[in-house]
Design a protein around this ligand. Structure first.
Ligand code: CAA
Length: 248
């Protein structure tokens, strides 16, 4: 473990399927890791489990779809710990269903949680990163933001929007030592993917050339790389990690 690395990393949705292994990997890399969460009960159980596994994480609650709640969370982190050096915009939800039946509520909820959150969190850390001439923003999109997916008009729209944001912000802050990149995970073995009906999921897995779901640790390794100092010339980029399911 690199104990010299004192950078502070915030992972939104840190207690979730992908977030957990991101937190663990960043801890192994030596960062001071903060997991953002929404559900108190779930987060407390998660923290206890992490402690049993030997991890010490700070946790901060905020609904990432709410700008003011995020602003308050970031202010609290800065006061109690330090400014954030690495932001992983990972929090996300699904409300799948074919578009002809999609409710405005399911559209709004997904766009706000998956896309507005990226604005809300990044907007609250970006000036501090620019002032310190260092930062890493890593945005977690999805293969379904690149290629579309039956039943995910809301999710695909939000996830596609993320990379437009990445490209523009990358240009705006490049001279300030801040990099901004997008990761496009494919189907990874999380609760979110396991919630897809087995029969539908099996058909999806059959379309993946590597022949299996991805592992959460495989996404975490890519996050770790993009968070590193060594990745300083990579910005505005998009990294697909989908077992060959979508090549472009
Ligand atoms: N292609 C073509 N037609 C399809 C279809 C598909 N993939 N899936 C369903 N249909 C058809 C059905 O056969 C049905 O046809 P009929 O009306 O002729 O019988 C019709 O569409 C409607 O089916 P449903 O009533 O079941 O539709 P629904 O609105 O309830 O939703 C669904 C269907 C639940 C969205 C289902 O299609 C599904 O689970 N799709 C997969 C969604 C998915 O992959 N989600 C990923 C979640 S994980 C994640 O998002 C992480 C990540 O980043 C990868």
């Amino acid at each position: 473990m690199d104990t010299q690395n004192k950078y502070v990393a915030l992972v939104t949705g840190g207690t979730g399927g992908l977030g957990t292994d991101m937190c663990k990997q960043l801890a192994h890399d030596g960062y001071h890791v903060i997991a953002n969460y929404q559900n108190q009960e779930k987060a407390e159980k998660w923290l206890a489990r992490m402690k049993e596994e030997g991890y010490e994480f700070d946790m901060y609650q905020a609904d990432v779809s709410d700008f003011d709640a995020v602003a308050a969370m970031i202010a609290k982190i800065e006061k109690e710990t330090a400014p954030i050096d690495i932001l992983v915009n990972n929090a996300g939800i699904t409300r799948d269903g074919q578009f002809r039946k999609m409710t405005p509520q399911n559209w709004d909820m997904v766009i706000k949680t998956n896309l507005y959150s990226v604005f809300n969190c990044t907007r609250n850390v970006i000036n501090q990163m620019c002032d310190r001439n260092y930062g890493r923003i890593i945005n977690i999109s999805s293969v379904n933001g690149q290629r579309g997916q039956f039943g995910q008009a809301n999710y695909s729209a939000a996830k596609a929007g993320i990379h437009g944001f990445t490209k523009t912000l990358a240009m705006e802050v490049a001279r300030k030592g801040v990099t901004v990149n997008t990761i496009y995970p494919g189907y990874i073995g999380t609760d979110m993917v396991m919630a897809v009906a087995e029969e539908v999921r099996n058909k999806i897995v059959a379309e993946i050339p590597i022949g299996r779901l991805g592992g959460t640790e495989e996404i975490a390794h890519l996050v770790s790389f993009l968070a590193s100092k060594e990745a300083s010339f990579i910005t505005g980029a998009n990294y697909a990690i989908n077992g060959g399911q979508h090549v472009y």
